[in-house]
Design a protein around this ligand. Structure first.
Ligand code: IPE
Ligand code: IPE
Ligand code: MG
Length: 246
């Protein structure tokens, strides 16, 4: 029988967990290359990691988890790879619907879903709507998401509200502007994790990342385990956050 030891959390300060953790799920392709399997197998393995880490975050009591799944730049990839990712998303959404009562999390989508097929969009909307009842844990999937695109869209909506006489440009505050982003109502991430060794944001949560702690590890996302997630939280708890103060 397979037996997996629960990850020890005794050295974690459960009273000082990050409220919002965001992850750039990177390294699927290199993981696949190393194993001499197609890149799509790497994405499938990455989806498995997503399920496990989402459960781990929920069980720890972290209220918000945001996952970067597909960027506005990822359309540059071969058609076959993009199609494979769309298929994986569909499979993941169907499973989410099936397991909703067991998982008990609200799933939301950040990004522009309009280029997706009507079936996939309907499925996203169904998952988002039916999971709305679970309010203690929210998982955000960033799909066709780009930080610059998000800011430009927010600027457009704000400008439209000004033209409609609903807003006054001179009185715009940072908090008001945040309300025009995909993340309206969601606290900024406290911790951003990027596996696979890259040390860049790749257009992820540009506005929201202002004071996030950044954690990187060389582990490829498909190999990223609960223990690695806890290591990131431990590292976060050792950081001193000053927000520009002393
Ligand atoms: C992340 O893994 C998944 C997506 C961007 C969709 P990659 O596919 O970028 O993996 P690497 O960076 O090529 O290893
Ligand atoms: C960022 O990874 C996007 C996602 C993980 C979804 P990329 O692999 O696309 O980023 P770059 O190209 O290495 O910057
Ligand atoms: Mg990558």
């Amino acid at each position: 029988m397979l037996f997996r030891k629960p990850a020890p959390t005794s050295d974690l300060d459960l009273d000082h967990l990050p409220r919002h953790v965001a992850i750039i799920m990177d390294g699927n392709g290199r993981w696949a290359k190393r194993r001499h399997v197609p890149r799509g197998a790497g994405h499938a393995a990455g989806a498995e990691t997503l399920r496990r880490i989402a459960t781990c975050a929920r069980d720890l009591g972290i209220p918000y988890l945001t996952l970067y799944a597909f960027s506005t730049e990822n359309w540059k990839r071969p058609e076959e790879e993009v199609a494979g990712i769309m298929d994986l998303l569909e499979r993941y959404l169907r499973e989410t619907l099936r397991d909703m009562e067991k998982n008990r999390f609200h799933m939301a989508f950040l990004g522009d879903l309009t280029p997706l097929s009507p079936e996939l969009r309907a499925l996203c909307a169904q998952v988002e709507e039916t999971s709305r009842v679970y309010t203690s844990y929210q998982m955000n999937i960033c799909f066709n998401y780009g930080g610059r695109d998000e800011i430009v869209r927010a600027a457009r909506s704000f400008a439209a509200d000004c033209l409609a006489g609903k807003r006054d440009p001179a009185s715009l505050t940072e908090a008001d502007f945040s309300g025009y982003l995909y993340t309206a109502g969601i606290p900024d991430p406290d911790l951003i994790i990027r596996p696979s060794g890259e040390q860049r944001l790749s257009n992820f949560l540009l506005w929201q990342a202002a004071y996030a702690e950044f954690y990187t590890t060389d582990i490829y996302w498909p190999d990223f385990k609960e223990q690695d997630f806890l290591d990131a939280i431990r590292a976060f708890q050792r950081r001193s956050r000053r927000f520009g103060g002393t």
